[in-house]
Design a binder for this molecule. Sequence first.
Ligand code: HEC
Length: 85
Amino acid sequence: MKRVVTALFTFAVAASAHADVAATYASKCAACHGKAGQGAKMAPKPIAGLPAAEVKKAIAEGKGKMKPVKIEDADGVAAYVAGLK
Ligand code: HEC
């Protein structure tokens, strides 16, 4: 029984962490990069599926016309973007 509870708890934590980075992406990135990282008016080039390290770098240092973005979970959002598509 204890094991089941632990497994459920782990799952719940993982699921809510994912929801958080998705929400962060939606509020901090989607306006320029599209809901699914497919690109939008501001930044037409898709970012979905880019390696997490590149995404993290863009968040931290900016890229071209993009300014660095201050977010708490840059690693999580980078992984989220890398997993999009
Ligand atoms: C104000 C608009 C804006 C916001 C907000 C924004 N970006 Fe960008 N981003 C851009 C633009 C414009 C570029 C393209 C830069 C260039 O090529 O000149 C870019 C480039 C990038 C790139 C590099 C793409 C490549 O081809 O190398 C990544 C990765 C990226 N953004 C991720 C993010 C993430 C993740 C967030 C949210 C934390 C975010 N951006 C928020 C406008 C934005």
